[in-house]
Design a protein around this ligand. Sequence first.
Ligand SMILES: Nc1nc2c(c(=O)[nH]1)N[C@H]1C(S)=C(S)[C@@H](COP(=O)(O)OP(=O)(O)OC[C@H]3O[C@@H](n4cnc5c(N)ncnc54)[C@H](O)[C@@H]3O)O[C@H]1N2
Ligand code: MOO
Length: 471
Amino acid sequence: MSSPGTRTGEEAEDLDVEEALALVKENGGPARGAPDGPAAPAQTPPSGDPRRQSPRDSGAPHRTGDSRHRATPWPQARAIAERAGRAAVRAARRDPVHAPLDAALGLTLAAPLTALTDLPSFDTSAMDGWAVSGPAPWTVRDEGALAGHAEPAPLTDGEAVRIATGARVPAETTAVLRSEHGRTDERGRLHPTREVVHGQDIRPRAQECRGGDHLLPVGTVVTPAVLGLAAAAGYDTLTAVPRPRVDVLVLGDELLTGGLPHDGLIRDALGPMLPPWLRALGADVRTVCRIGDDAGALHRAVTASDADLIVTTGGTAAGPVDHVHPVLERVGADLLVDGVKVRPGHPMLLARLKEDQHLVGLPGNPLAAVSGLLTLAEPLLRTLAARPAPEPYTLPLDDGVHGHPHDTRLVPVVLRGDRAAPLHYNGPAMLRGMAAADALAVVPPGGARSGQETEVLDLPWTTGGIGVCFT
Ligand SMILES: Nc1nc2c(c(=O)[nH]1)N[C@H]1C(S)=C(S)[C@@H](COP(=O)(O)OP(=O)(O)OC[C@H]3O[C@@H](n4cnc5c(N)ncnc54)[C@H](O)[C@@H]3O)O[C@H]1N2
Ligand code: MOO
């Protein structure tokens, strides 16, 4: 496997949000205050500037909503979304949360995990058997020592006491003898059946850590094991980066929430799909609002939201009821990404509503919406949630995949051993391939041959990663 080196490459690093804005404005996009105005004079980008790599028109007039002229290359779009997240984190300075352990899975630590106690907090028997003091043979006390019970009385030399795993060892214990390694003679005295080493099978207090020891750094993702360690170390809550708050607005008059499609109406596939997917990406999805094709309702919903991220579905193209662009213009949003050179999903967009509030516009076609989710929402949410970026990786394709002449394609694949097998039913309006997929292959412009190493984007539930947090 080799890294495709696109997402985290230099070009991504060099491109800031302001540059992204300039990029949209330069190409005559609906920049704030000049929705349909002429293109700003283009500056000559320095050598290596990503703007050089995107063939663009020379500022020729175009209709608002026609994103073909200003579409951002796919790797750059992801980098812009990540940068936007970073800028929002700086602007918002949200306080960390103190999350109860049962609500902390998948969060990122905002404070180091420091042991609140020694671990173990007392000398502990590692085995069921006898705590013994001094050399054999030993006389065995009548009462035993159990885990969670009162501290046993100190042993005297030549004495033993039955002890359970996890019980406190009495003072003056020199070793624990496992039950299978001891026998009692006719006079009731205990003898070892193998050599006894001083201190054996005793877990001394603070063997794992002392109170105050640094256990995990800031930035650690809370896994089930972290929850266990935190509980063992005395924590009831964890100080963590808050989940980014997301409101979902589902647009479209044609959408039904139940029953069979009829009379030109179809079932809403995105309302049920997006919230759990967004949660898996670290979001706190607060509302899912169906608002039809109503520009006024969309405007009200956008201006009323105090979410970190608003996700809209549908209405991104240039049809008569595609209200996303006009509403963004009306609220004075900055379009950071207005169309991406990716199939499906090219009308997707990313807008900055406020310094610390963004909107991702997903196209209505369901697989195009998935593409937008992974291209724009994933890097933004990951950054807001302070999660680490996944390591990019590639796999050879089992089969050739036709490419788009100029755009990247995202194609559902199943992972078979160390190969990725492309799936059929991958049209923009279809979820049949996606629902069977383990991942998406990133097919470069021009396509990929059978056996070609191709970047693969994992899905949160197939990696079994910590992102899987659907509740
Ligand atoms: N003249 C052009 N028309 C279109 C272009 C274009 O470049 N020029 N691009 C096409 C592409 S590509 C896509 S993708 C779509 C994007 O459309 P919108 O984001 O405006 O979405 P809608 O028009 O509202 O819906 C598109 C399609 O998806 C269905 N839909 C919408 N929401 C849902 C939902 N929640 N669940 C299931 N299906 C949904 C909707 O009924 C439409 O069939 O534009 C093309 N047009
Ligand atoms: O974005 Mo559309 O779904 O490419 O056809």
